[in-house]
Design a protein around this ligand. Structure first.
Ligand SMILES: Nc1ncnc2c1ncn2[C@@H]1O[C@H](COP(=O)(O)OP(=O)(O)O)[C@@H](O)[C@H]1O
Ligand SMILES: [Mg+2]
Length: 286
């Protein structure tokens, strides 16, 4: 397997590139969240985006489907520039994507089957009911929930709801699936079921996959390529071995879940305040 090394030629969307950002900058007011980012995703590969909370992971993946537009730079899907398209054209482009976003909840008033059919109805006129039933069955079987068609989201566990949301995300046979923290809030076993499904969809159907997560167990299990974002820049880009051996202390601290010296200093200051407050009672009463 060829290693992804750095992002120097990353803006070149030719070859196996299916998705690309070229010199993308995104700001909210003075807050520069993405700072001149160039990145190409290879077809059929799984790229995992890591980085501390608030560093711009969700903002980054929303740009791939132009749910956010860049202040500067360009976005490409299969060599076609898409950041300058209108909403109607973008809707058509988005049918090639499945997305599982944080808080992208199921519709509680719709059954599992109706939830899965929802994106199909948005884009196509349904004429053949039995074909749709068959499609729902296939998608539910893929996530291990065939038989749950007439259940309602309220009666499912958190892990089952995530799997139904995944079945809905793949209803239109997407070429690319974007997952935003798909295992957050799940216990390790249920999280691992989601990891296995991500792998199954990528390996079995050749889906290009982008996953945002800070669950390092997931990262090492599913990633062909790992990208770390920090202060608007990509500070690390490569396979698991490259990231494990990365010389940057910020990368090492993040992947090992260690706090930085700065954070420790703040905690120690907090510690002395706590100690002052926990002085023995008689000392205070003197
Ligand atoms: N719609 C928005 N308006 C203003 N600021 C935003 C918006 N969306 C995200 N941000 C800011 O962008 C930064 C990155 O957010 P986000 O991508 O959600 O981080 P995370 O890495 O945790 O997913 C944060 O500082 C957040 O406050
Ligand atoms: Mg996020």
């Amino acid at each position: 397997m060829e290693k992804a090394k750095g992002n120097k030629q990353a803006a070149d969307a030719s070859g196996d590139g299916i998705l690309a950002l070229k010199n993308v900058t995104k700001k909210f007011g003075d807050n520069v969240v993405l700072d001149d980012i160039s990145l190409t995703m290879e077809k059929g590969k799984t790229t995992v985006v890591i980085g501390p909370s608030g560093c711009g992971k969700t903002v980054l993946i929303k740009h791939f489907i132009v749910l956010l537009r860049p202040n500067m730079g360009e976005i490409y899907f299969r060599d076609r520039r898409i950041d300058n398209l209108g909403e109607h054209e973008l809707d058509k482009i988005r049918t090639h994507f499945g997305f599982l976003f944080q808080g992208g909840a199921l519709f509680d008033s719709l059954s599992v089957a109706e939830n899965i059919v929802f994106p199909i109805k948005q884009h196509y006129k349904i004429t053949d009911r039995s074909k749709v039933d068959e499609l729902v069955t296939t998608k539910l079987a893929l996530v291990g929930l065939d038989g749950f068609q007439s259940h309602y989201p309220a009666n499912l566990s958190g892990g089952q709801r995530k799997r139904v949301a995944l079945a809905r995300a793949i209803a239109l046979n997407p070429e690319v699936i974007l997952y935003d923290e798909p295992t957050t809030g799940l216990d390790p076993i249920r999280a691992d079921i989601i990891n296995e499904l991500i792998l199954k969809l990528q390996r079995g159907l050749g889906v290009t996959t982008v996953v945002v997560t800070h669950d390092m167990t997931s990262v090492y299990k599913i990633a062909d390529r790992i990208i770390m974002l920090h202060h608007g820049k990509i500070i690390a880009d490569g396979d698991a071995e490259h990231i494990r051996n990365h010389p940057d202390s910020i990368v090492q601290q993040f992947i090992k879940g260690q706090v930085s010296e700065n954070d420790l200093a703040v905690l120690r200051m907090g510690g002395s305040i706590i100690q002052a407050q926990l002085q023995p009672r008689d000392e205070l009463e003197e």
